[in-house]
Design a protein around this ligand. Structure first.
Ligand code: BV8
Length: 233
């Protein structure tokens, strides 16, 4: 373990799953090009056309079960297993590729595709099937299941726990995110303010690159294994 670094916070975005075959949001041909955000990733869009939104997430839920973690996910899982200090992978992604690669210390701040949330009783259920047919909640029976993801205008999950970790971080690493969406895009500034060293691993410069002590440009499947080998020294 590098002597001065003990507590690490890693933020991942769609770019870490791109090489597994999962569309990013803002790259050419990405998810948002085919749909207006307002129509498929807001509570208002869901209220307006629930079937459209359910189909959008059903397609992604099905797709995520057909792809595999890549070398970047596997490298973070190795770091998670071997790092003796605090480590938290805060992911904006709703896929389960970090977990399927073996990572344990993962926090899904924007929820998970493979989970359904009951808008009536607020229970969460592991879910791999479509939701478009309005299946009954296994807990309360209401036909009120929605994707368990955080839409625009909704509160991201476990923000207190995230800020607690950022306050104590010696190193903040951002991997594969455009830095376009808040509050995740602001974490680098919080980490800096609390004295962490900040590193960005991304295919190209992002909206947040200015705030990082160091930006390495390249594909996650190359940069992340390289960085993990370095930090495990
Ligand atoms: C909140 C889950 C209050 C669903 C997502 C006006 C009105 C209302 C709200 C706002 C407003 N103005 C600002 C806001 C806040 C808003 C916001 O930020 N809007 C933006 C558009 C300005 N945010 C919210 O509403 C959030 N809630 O603010 O509540 C609050 C505030 C503070 C504290 C507490 C509460 C909720 C936002 C969550 C929305 N849900 N996802 C779903 O998945 O469908 S957002 C979605 O897009 C992702 O989760 C992610 O967070 C975000 C950005 O995506 P990225 O992961 O960065 O992917 P992207 O495609 O953009 O970039 C990919 C990157 O990878 C690129 O840089 C590319 O170069 C790189 N890359 C590509 N290939 C590779 C690679 N890198 C390496 N290797 C490769 N091979």
């Amino acid at each position: 373990m590098s002597d001065s670094i003990r507590n690490i916070v890693i933020l991942t975005g769609a770019g870490i799953s791109a090489e597994s075959g999962i569309d990013t949001f803002r790259d050419g041909g990405g998810l948002w090009e085919k749909h207006r955000v307002e129509d498929v990733a807001t509570p208002e869009g869901f209220a307006r056309d629930p079937a459209l939104v359910q189909r959008f997430y059903d397609a992604r839920r099905e797709a995520v079960q057909k792809v595999e973690p890549n070398a970047a996910h596997r490298a973070l899982a190795k770091l998670d297993a071997e790092w003796e200090g605090d480590l938290l992978i805060v992911t904006q992604n709703v896929d389960d590729l970090h977990e399927r690669a073996g990572a344990k210390r993962v926090l899904h701040m924007h929820g998970e595709l493979l989970s359904a949330l009951c808008a009536s009783c607020e229970q969460r259920h592991k879910w791999s099937e479509p939701l478009v047919g309005n299946p009954a909640c296994p807990g309360c029976g209401a036909e009120a299941l929605r994707p368990d993801v955080v839409w625009f205008g909704e509160m991201p999950y476990e923000m207190d726990r995230i800020y607690d970790r950022l306050r104590r971080a010696d190193l903040f690493v951002s991997i594969g995110t455009s830095g376009a969406v808040y509050p995740a895009a602001g974490f680098v500034r919080d980490a800096r303010e609390f004295g962490a060293h900040t590193l960005e691993l991304n295919l190209q410069r992002s909206e947040g690159s200015y705030w990082f002590d160091e930006t390495r440009k390249g594909r996650a499947s190359d940069l992340v294994p390289e960085w993990v080998a370095e930090i495990l020294g």
